[in-house]
Ligand binder design. Structure first.
Ligand SMILES: NC(=O)C1=CN([C@@H]2O[C@H](COP(=O)(O)OP(=O)(O)OC[C@H]3O[C@@H](n4cnc5c(N)ncnc54)[C@H](OP(=O)(O)O)[C@@H]3O)[C@@H](O)[C@H]2O)C=CC1
Ligand SMILES: O=C1CO[C@H](CO)[C@@H](O)[C@@H]1O
Length: 332
């Protein structure tokens, strides 16, 4: 092999290694979760699977994500795209890009399956669509229960948690956890059960940094996965009343220039620095790759202090139509 060929082999090995520096987070049940993941929600009102069964946008995005190095994929029954995620995973396994055990797949129990006996059939339905034998993590999506017609149901999430434990005991998922639960609700689950939630998935972005919930979870050794990491950063996603910053904010642009990174990369790095596992979603190949290049630089204390000032406790996903539920988790 001549010098030029050797250089290319050297460059390839190190650039692949560079992509592979995703931190690994230990869960309180002894399992491990990759400290960075990929989101698959299309947005409110978009039900690709039912609206347009031939749509494969999410499938493509998951395939690009796996090619780019993501190994942790976040999905849910209610996204109506688990079948697309399943096809993407199947393809990447068939192509020899990954093995099942290289991947960490999360799905979530929807509100209409909160009765204890509904949980195991619900996870089996998700597994079927995902073409998997087991999930790595299964979450109660919300503490709020609903009937099939979407009216509110009065099922205590403690009952639902017993169904989750049954799914765990049957080996249908490696770990179980919660999403959109507040501190008191998590505490109630812990003190009424022998199985502690391994993870909590909640909204975390510049506008909603949740320091007190994060410190509670750290003390309880509950891993925090942060959804909607870009919050109101992109104007098309920002509700009219959302506080700054937007992606062109001068302070953010200055930090990004200093590190030769983009503003979305700065935001993702900061969320990881908060001890949170971000799960950015994108359907765009270049953005999927861009969002994953966040393991080769560090923010300074001063930059982190600037980013902290954007916390306005502003929630982008309050789902106010469930406010009358006795289990509604957020401040009313
Ligand atoms: N547990 C829960 O209740 C919830 C969980 N989630 C999970 O969290 C994931 C992430 O949250 P989500 O609400 O999707 O929002 P995100 O914060 O991930 O933002 C997604 C939006 O940002 C755009 N985008 C992504 N990267 C870039 C970039 N580098 N430059 C410019 N634009 C970019 C995407 O555009 P495009 O796709 O066009 O590229 C899309 O419009 C979800 O997909 C889902 O898996 C989300 C909400 C609630
Ligand atoms: O994950 C989420 C996105 O989809 C759901 C509804 O369609 C939300 O309620 C939820 O928080």
């Amino acid at each position: 092999m001549d010098n030029k060929a050797l250089y290319f082999v050297f460059f390839f090995v190190f650039s692949v290694r560079g992509d592979n520096k995703v931190p690994v987070v230990k869960l309180n049940d002894g399992k491990e979760i990759p400290g960075f993941g990929f989101g698959t929600w299309l947005g409110f009102g978009k039900r690709a699977w039912t609206d347009n069964p031939s749509d494969d946008a999410v499938q493509k995005s998951v395939e690009w994500a796996i090619d780019a190095g993501y190994r942790h994929i976040d999905t849910a029954y209610i996204y109506f795209i688990e079948d697309q995620v399943g096809r993407a995973i199947e393809n990447k396994i068939k192509q020899g890009v990954v093995k099942r055990e290289d991947l960490f797949v999360t799905s979530k129990l929807w509100n209409t399956f909160h009765a204890k006996e509904a949980v195991v059939p619900a996870i089996k339905d998700s597994l079927k669509k995902l073409k998997l034998d087991y999930l790595d993590l299964y979450l109660i999506h919300w503490p709020v229960a609903q009937h099939a017609n979407e009216s509110l149901a009065d099922i205590d999430y403690l009952e639902t948690w017993q169904g989750m434990i049954e799914a765990l005991n049957q080996g249908l998922t490696r770990s179980i956890g919660l999403s959109n639960f507040n501190e008191k609700q998590i505490e109630r689950v812990i003190s009424n059960s022998n199985v502690k939630p391994a993870a909590l998935q909640v909204e975390i972005n510049l506008n909603l940094q949740q320091p007190s919930l994060l410190s509670y979870c750290k003390n309880q050794q509950i891993a925090v996965v942060g959804y909607t990491p870009f919050g109101a950063l992109f104007p098309h996603r920002a509700p009219a009343d959302a506080p700054p910053p937007r992606v062109d904010d001068a302070a953010l642009v200055e930090i990004a220039h200093k590190h030769k990174k983009t503003v979305p990369q700065i935001v993702l790095r900061y969320i990881m620095d908060l001890g949170v596992i971000p799960i950015p979603k994108s359907l765009t190949k270049s953005r999927i790759e861009e969002n994953f290049q966040v393991f080769d630089f560090s923010l300074t204390d001063q930059e982190r202090a600037t980013l902290r000032t954007f916390d306005k406790s502003y929630r982008i996903i309050p789902v106010k139509n469930w406010i009358e539920s006795p289990y509604y988790p957020f401040e009313k």
